[in-house]
Design a protein around this ligand. Structure first.
Ligand code: ZN
Length: 510
């Protein structure tokens, strides 16, 4: 039964209007950020930093307005009478959560943080050019202070990392993650060791010259064929690919190409397309509300990794699309088989860069970062000792030592442009959730692999639309995974997938 909120219609519409104002300002800031990462000339950096700080402060003030708190308070009792998953009850519940969180953080802190983040990002870019870690170390020390200050606004949390984790993965705690990650690491390290001892897979066919315009054209055609709607989105080039949404009807992808490595654009595009399919397919009734977003970084990443890996690195998918890829790159790929290509795109190697890592080693990179973040926040690791700690974790888990800071502690922008804490766990949660969801989809629709071979995505897309996309932020990650799979988030589906696929690829009993 549709819910009208007839008795308090005006109060509810006041809530909608206030939340839409906040959303509009946040979306305007997102346009400025997108422009900064794509077309803005370097000279615009200082002004853009100031403009973003101003918009963020205005949005924050509007979100913390005590009148909004009163409206939410008054509506709360009524919301209880409506189904938990209704638009109205969900909106009030989620808006209240956002309000409670935002009002703890002073606007003055937000302005200070935004200003520091702009400076820190520029120092990181310089450090990557020439300076090394010393250039950025004082900035990172200040980021750590600010991260602890953030945690101090939430004294009810057990550990400082928890309030930062909650920012992107509501309901998760550092203790739950440590338990999950230690189980996962224990299982993964022997798998990686077994694969490393096996004969390596040949990847030469991927390291030829692939004209970049043709790469982008192929990726655009592929994404359109799968279901990304270009009339409500676009693709542009950038250094650090991301997806951004200004509206359910304007969800943009950025990607990067490498003339000598075809996998860069292919899998970046499929990854970002996964994020974008989620955002383009949120129920339009939720437009311009806080529900018109992915529910957590873990769920968001599950959607990108599902398309990038479970679909995009599968044999079935390339049975359909490899002949088309060969059509784009006849000279380079004309003589190789789909089997050669499938094997090459799934090579496992212990390498230093997270974003270029294969499915098997990827989570080890993430868990190292998580461990280091928590240690820094808890005062167990000083910022100046970070590079050494980083390298020894890589030696311990992957058996390699990064050759320099760009391959080590400077490779990810997160700590230099955001906060320390809560930045990385979503990537591994995403991999785990993607496998858990995909396993359930396959149980309910065993025809999906045959569909993929025929380039038919409708069953999978409809399943994702019905179970994940349309809900936006209505459910937390735990609620959503439990509703769909009947189980809490766990590591077994991911491990079953890895053991089966890579056991076959490397002729090993994993
Ligand atoms: Zn992603």
């Amino acid at each position: 039964m549709p819910i009208s909120f007839s008795d308090s219609g005006s109060l509810y519409s006041q809530l909608i209007t206030r939340l839409r104002d906040v959303r509009d300002i946040q979306s305007a800031a997102a346009v400025l950020q997108w422009d900064r990462a794509t077309y803005m000339p370097l000279g615009g950096a200082t002004a853009r930093g100031r403009q973003l700080a101003t918009l963020r402060q205005v949005a924050h003030e509007k979100l913390c307005d005590p009148v909004l708190g009163e409206i939410l308070e008054q509506l709360d009792g009524e919301a209880q009478q409506y189904p938990y998953e209704s638009d109205e009850a969900s909106l009030i519940r989620v808006a209240r959560r956002d309000y409670e969180q935002a009002r703890r953080v002073p606007a003055e802190f937000m302005a200070r943080l935004s200003h520091h983040q702009t400076e820190s990002y520029l120092a990181w870019a310089e450090a990557r050019e020439a300076g090394g870690f010393e250039r950025v170390c004082p900035y990172l020390e200040k980021t750590l202070d600010l991260s602890r200050e953030w945690a101090s606004f939430f004294p009810e949390c057990d550990r400082p990392a928890d309030s930062l984790i909650a920012l992107s993965d509501e309901g998760m705690t550092s203790r739950v993650l440590e338990e999950l990650f230690s189980q996962l690491r224990g299982e993964l390290v022997p798998i990686v060791e077994a694969i490393a001892a096996a004969p390596p897979i040949e990847t030469k066919l991927l390291q030829q010259e692939f004209p970049e315009t043709a790469q982008l054209n192929f990726c655009a055609k592929l994404m359109e064929r799968i279901g990304y709607d270009f009339s409500r989105g676009r693709q542009d080039a950038t250094l650090h690919p991301f997806t951004t949404s200004f509206s359910i009807n304007d969800v943009r992808i950025t990607t990067r190409t490498d003339l000598h490595n075809l996998t860069e654009s292919l899998f970046c595009s499929l990854h970002e397309m996964g994020h974008a399919l989620y955002e383009q397919n949120i129920d339009l009734a939720l437009e311009a509300t806080p529900l018109a977003d992915g529910t957590s970084s873990g769920i968001h990443e599950s959607q990108s990794r599902l398309w990038e890996n479970l679909v995009g690195r599968s044999r079935a998918f390339w049975e359909c699309f490899y002949p088309r890829l060969q059509g784009f790159f006849l000279r380079q790929l004309g003589q190789s088989s789909v089997c050669d290509f499938y094997r090459a795109i799934n090579r496992v190697a212990c390498t230093p860069i997270r974003t270029a890592a294969d499915e098997v080693t990827y989570n080890l990179h993430v868990m190292i970062r998580f461990e280091l973040e928590v240690a820094m926040l808890e005062g167990k690791l000083a910022v100046e000792d970070l590079p050494e700690a980083w390298n020894s974790c890589y030696e311990r888990d992957l058996g390699i030592t990064p050759a320099n800071a760009n391959e080590g502690v400077l490779q990810d922008v997160h700590w230099y442009a955001k906060l320390i804490g809560g930045q990385f766990q979503g990537y591994t949660l995403g991999n785990l959730i993607a496998s858990q969801l995909f396993e359930t989809a396959l149980k309910q629709h065993p025809e999906i692999p045959v569909d993929l071979e025929r380039g038919n995505f409708s069953t999978l897309l409809t399943w994702l639309q019905r179970n994940v996309y349309r809900h936006g932020r209505k459910f937390t990650a735990d609620e959503l995974v439990d509703r769909i799979t009947g189980m809490p988030i766990h590591i077994d589906p991911f491990l079953r997938y890895i053991r089966s696929k890579y056991g076959d690829l490397y002729h090993l009993d994993l």
